[in-house]
Ligand binder design. Sequence first.
Ligand code: LIP
Length: 257
Amino acid sequence: MSSYNERFEFAKEMIITSGQYLLSLKADRTKVEVKQKNDFVTLADKENEAFIISQIKEKFPQDGIFGEESGKSEDSLTGRWVIDPIDGTVNFMHGFPDYTISIAFEDEKGVLTFGLVYCPEQKELFSAFKGEGATLNGKAIHVSQSTDFSRELGLCVYPHRRREALDLYQIRQRRILDKISDLRSVGSAALSLCYVASARCVLYYEMFLGWYDIAAGIIILEEAGGKVTMDREGDYPIHIAASSALIHDTLLEAIDD
Ligand code: LIP
């Protein structure tokens, strides 16, 4: 087993355990801090990230780590874990089931090697290993092959933390809606990418994301045959347009001002 494979198998077990921990907290999701306007962190985010990091450090002490809540470690020659302990914190706080744990691994050159996104409430584990395709609970998934976009769903999210971008966003959203049947907003960027990967919808557009929100979802979507275009300044802010391969040019036209 290659060392990346070993890490992948280890991460699959760890992410399920960490999901069980979040489920066990059902009754108490009220310990919340405000990081900045409209940006929240619960005690569960912090504790879950601490749990994941402690597991990684025990098994792969030389690896680098980039966690949403704890930040970045020193660069590492063996690669880096990118962790979002709860992607969809606001859903989690309000009892919506669409929150996930998102874990990706980048090799020493920063290339995504594998990604896992787990939704504990639905017991859905999306995963992908570079060059080996993407799966949902172990079964292969592929993006939509539909060309009749007028029947298809998309996912778009308001820039809720950066309302100065709302006018521009609304123009783009209107142009996206004109190409498809309807829009939804899931509330977890990682899960949104997985919903495109598993053909539940054909596109996803969101502005002002962090790398930890999307790293795992990106490799899952790409391995499922999807396309991702990013406007990126380092790890934040990242604007993402992601879709099935067949609608990607149409999506890019819709957000081109
Ligand atoms: C959240 C995302 C969500 C997005 C929010 C936020 P968090 O991540 O996944 O889709 O709309 O801006 O970034 O804060 O729950 O990890």
